[in-house]
Design a protein around this ligand. Structure first.
Ligand code: NDP
Length: 439
């Protein structure tokens, strides 16, 4: 029952999952008897706290911090931290809820959680970022640990922020342990973790296409976002012979018909951390579409003709009208690097059109899966090679695809990977919850 309209994204995520669980809930009485749904939609624990810090002018600033420990049936809570001004309890709850099923789908021993703060890292100095991260951990440290809750990065949180948070955690606890993933390669990070979500999302598209007797080679691709997931989606697309022609940030969309220049993109976003329109000074043949010129009913990036689409920025960035435009322009597959980037109406358009559609909780699970590989390396004091981790990532993505597609087929809708992913993830968590009793 909806009692808090303020949590729109959370209700959207729950509705999508409950819709696709109908076939299993109707036939399997045990889930009802054990009140699995009622228990699953309620987080095990929600931590909300103030994060006071001092800016460069000496003024005290205050932000809201969150960690939602949603479900630990399969393992320690695992999920990223998001620092973005739009963060609120509803967004963290939606992300945490999705994380339960995503983590279950990987087949690895990880529960679901998510956290973050309504802090805007844009325009902040390095010292301000550090002071914010330290203050955030001054509260969070008491709730996390290598076998209890292991946060990672998300929007606005990369290796730099993880470093400052880990440093403060270590200072407060005296423990040098694997309490975060996405760490620097100098001190406990895993090779491939930075690339994993983007690479995994492309591997997922590759497996969907292979089932149709097709490949990525020569395909024109749309990518949204210009952050961690988008950059490594673009990198892997090039490696597999495709041509990514777009990327975007919150200021607008870049369209480069010759193909996005990856080196320039990395320089702008990973090194200089500037707006995307600066790309034009190096590549005047590209086009920049500012958000003010976007269509009223959607996003400019999805109106460009292409065969494949990879939404890699944020939730609800692909509307029903966008989905219709993609299908009308002949898109054959959509693989989601972001969490819930397509609205529910957009998802319906993809499913009705019978194109290949990889929902985020399956297609972007490579990031969290590789985080678990980082935990395994930390716990065993080992370091695996790039090739070894990448090979494991490919196998995990293949298994996720097979698990979603065989479950979809089992329930009579072989093309519906939303249904397949939700039911496959649900069954694993729900059965574990039943075996662990009423807790
Ligand atoms: P980053 O912060 O590295 O990049 C986010 C990108 O999306 C930036 O280009 C940003 O533009 C853009 N963006 C963010 N919010 C908005 C918005 N409201 N409107 C328009 N553009 C926006 O984050 P990630 O690449 O790590 O994350 C992207 C997505 O992938 C998120 O949905 C995240 O939850 C999901 N994800 C990430 C994983 C990971 O391993 N990092 C794992 C699984 C999912 P700008 O800089 O201008 O704000």
């Amino acid at each position: 029952q909806k009692t808090s309209p303020a949590q729109a994204e959370f209700y959207q995520a729950v509705e999508e999952v409950l819709d696709s669980l109908q076939p299993i809930l109707e036939t399997s009485e045990k889930y009802k008897r054990h009140a699995i749904i009622e228990r699953m939609v309620e987080p095990e624990r929600q931590i909300m706290f103030r994060v006071p810090w001092v800016d460069d002018q000496g003024n005290v600033q205050v932000n809201k911090g969150y960690r939602i420990e949603f479900n630990s049936a399969l393992g320690p809570y695992k999920g990223g931290l998001r620092f973005h001004p739009s963060v609120n309890a509803g967004i963290i709850k939606f992300l945490g809820f999705e994380q339960i099923f995503k983590n279950a789908l990987t087949g690895l021993p990880i529960g679901g959680g998510k956290g973050g703060a309504n802090f805007d890292p844009k325009g902040k100095s390095d010292g301000e970022i550090m002071r914010f991260c330290q203050s955030f951990i001054n509260e969070l440290y008491r709730h996390i640990g290598p076998t209890t809750d292991v946060p990672a990065g998300d929007i606005g949180v990369g290796a730099r922020e993880i470093g400052y948070m880990f440093g403060q955690y270590k200072r407060l606890t005296g423990n040098y342990d694997g309490v975060f993933t996405g760490k620097s390669l100098l001190w406990g990070g895993s090779l491939v973790r930075k690339e994993a979500t983007g690479y995994g999302c492309v591997y997922f598209a590759q497996y969907m296409l292979a089932d149709q007797g097709d490949t990525l080679a020569g395909k024109q691709c749309l990518v949204s976002g210009a952050g961690n997931v988008a950059i490594y989606t673009i990198e892997k697309l090039y490696q597999l012979g495709a041509r990514p022609v777009t990327c975007s940030d919150s200021s607008g969309t870049l369209y480069h018909e010759a193909g996005i220049n990856l080196q320039t993109l990395k320089e702008l976003k990973e090194v200089r951390k500037v707006r995307l329109n600066e790309y034009l000074s190096a590549h005047p043949d590209a086009r920049f579409i500012p958000v003010t010129d976007y269509p009223a009913d959607g996003h400019a990036v999805w109106r460009i003709p292409a065969q494949l689409a990879f939404p890699c920025a944020t939730q609800n960035e692909l509307t029903e009208a966008d989905a219709e435009a993609l299908v009308a322009n002949g898109v054959i597959a959509v693989s989601e690097g972001a969490n819930m980037p397509s609205t529910q109406e957009a998802v319906e358009v993809f499913l009705d059109a019978r194109i290949c559609y990889g929902p985020g909780k399956a297609a972007n699970a490579g990031g969290v899966a590789t985080s678990q590989l980082e935990m395994a390396q930390n716990a065993s004091m080992q370091r695996w090679s790039f090739e070894e981790v990448d090979e494991k990532l490919k196998v995990i993505m293949k298994n996720i695809y097979l698990s979603a597609s065989t479950t979809a087929a089992e329930f009579g809708e072989p093309h519906n990977l939303v249904l397949g992913a939700n039911i496959a993830g649900f069954r694993r968590v729900a059965d574990a919850m039943i075996e662990q009793g009423v807790v």
